[in-house]
Design a protein around this ligand. Structure first.
Ligand code: UDX
Length: 438
């Protein structure tokens, strides 16, 4: 294969990772077909409609469909036949007891094997238990296909909300393979990105992904613990982050204290990694603590709210919740702390009104019997307090003077430390953040 050669690529699973990967590979000039079982999703995608809210995605989908490089379908067999490289991007959800459910990976490998006629490169991009590429995928394929094939693990580190940017501008690319041929082809595929490329074994690549997510989740749990301590000793977590973050060994990113981590990856991956460690005879204590702290963080905010009304039940209170997505800039509500908190408050009898710029359609099912407001102002109207549960930038720019006048009591519980406490206090709010003592 010469430099700059374009590849024919099949992507199995058009979820977050698969869709972004497929669209971006097409953007680099490759011919890509994304396969998914979900018929509605595929029909939408064929028309260039993105099934998820992700900045920049619709544009590259439409451009590459128009230019004849990006296709969508349901027939994995056809896609396998036409492609040289097959990326497995199916979900690996949590199974019972926190184990990783790899049934979709197995199904994908079986289907690929049934449709092999010549040698292919099969790459796992989904987050998978250690040894999946070499032991599971390879074994399944060789049970059916007796010819040759090659394997790699190429984990993905993109974040929702900035997924297209992250894919096109990664900090590193990790390629786990034993094959010189695969190494050459995948390096060629990623030649457009200017970042270190780590060539390693499939097992190391699989472990890198889990270790990265575990460390990031631990960083958030760490700063949440510092924030909780700040509340007791009258220190301000934002000042602590400023002070420690300048130490290059520590860094200031991923140090936002708040309601804890959620989303489609951290909760399942951290639990999965903990379970994997246990299954391998290792008790990963830091991971257990990371999970415990995260669970506690959501309970703390409920306690803070209850303490605002000592001796009273929340039954006759109206609580406005701003934000439902698991973080800002996404419509994803999977494992969202905002949803969990809203449900708890509802259970305690409070009358709840919610608003989110993008996540309300996804949240309708998760939150029955809750009033979805059309604007943040409608949420504030006659509420006894306002909770900020997701860090949407647009909440910062609201007319807070107007909100103060709309609220029954000017109380803000800022679960994401989104607002400036000094400004809020000047406006006359009673402001409670996470680890803020100003
Ligand atoms: C994460 C990883 O960052 C990414 O590399 C991996 O591929 C998938 O999982 P994502 O789930 O999109 O990405 O979100 P991320 O931005 O990492 O945030 C995860 C959670 O941590 C969110 O709930 C977020 O609100 C929370 N978080 C993040 C904090 O509470 N504080 C922070 O400082 C950063």
């Amino acid at each position: 294969m010469t430099k700059n050669q374009k590849n024919k690529i099949a992507i199995v699973g058009a979820g977050y990772v698969g869709l972004i990967t497929g669209a971006c590979f097409a953007e680099w000039g490759n011919e890509v077909i994304c396969i998914d079982k979900d018929k509605d999703k595929i029909e939408k995608l064929k028309k260039g409609i993105s099934p998820i809210y992700e900045p920049g995605l619709a544009e590259i989908l439409q451009k590459n469909i128009r230019q004849g490089r990006l296709f969508f379908g349901q027939d994995l067999g056809q896609a396998v036949k036409k492609s040289e490289i097959i990326f497995i991007c199916v979900g690996t959800p949590s199974a019972r007891g926190g184990k990783v459910d790899i049934s979709f990976i197995k199904e994908a490998a079986q289907e690929i094997a049934r449709n092999m006629a010549i040698s292919k490169i099969i790459v796992t991009k989904s987050t998978v238990p250690l040894g999946t590429a070499r032991n599971l995928v390879a074994k399944i394929i060789s049970e059916t296909w007796k010819g040759s094939f090659e394997l790699a693990s190429n984990p993905e580190f993109l974040r929702e909300g900035t997924a297209v940017f992250d894919f096109l501008n990664p900090d590193r690319v990790v390629i786990g393979t034993d094959s010189q041929n695969v190494k050459r082809i995948l390096l060629n595929l990623y030649q457009k990105v200017k970042c270190p490329k780590i060539i390693t074994t499939p097992e190391n690549a699989e472990m890198i992904k889990y270790a990265a997510n575990a460390f990031l989740a631990m960083k958030v749990s760490f700063i949440n613990e510092i924030a909780n301590l700040c509340e007791g000793v009258k220190a301000d977590v934002k000042e602590i982050v400023r002070g420690i973050g300048l130490d290059k060994r520590i860094g200031s990113q991923f140090f936002k204290a708040g309601l804890g981590w959620g989303g489609s990856c951290f909760p399942k991956d951290v639990k999965g990694f903990y379970q994997l460690s246990k299954d391998n005879g290792y008790n990963f204590r830091l991971l257990r603590a990371t999970i415990e702290v995260n669970n506690e963080q959501k309970k703390r905010i409920i306690e803070k709210i209850k303490n605002l009304f000592p001796g009273q039940k929340l039954g006759n209170k109206t609580i406005g919740v701003l934000g439902l997505a698991f973080k800002g800039n996404t419509d994803d509500i999977r494992e969202s702390p905002a949803i969990e908190i809203t449900k708890k408050l509802q259970k305690l009898g409070a009358n709840i009104k919610v608003y989110d710029p993008k996540a309300m359609p996804n949240a309708q099912k998760a939150l029955p019997k809750i009033k979805f407001a059309k604007t943040p102002y409608e949420v504030a109207e006659d509420a006894d307090l306002l909770v900020i549960a997701t860090e949407w930038e647009e909440f910062k720019k609201l007319n807070w003077k107007k909100i103060k006048n709309l609220l029954k009591k000017p109380i803000i519980v800022d679960g994401r430390n989104l607002l400036n406490p000094i400004k809020m206090k000047k406006l006359g709010f009673y402001y409670i953040g996470v680890g803020r003592n100003i």
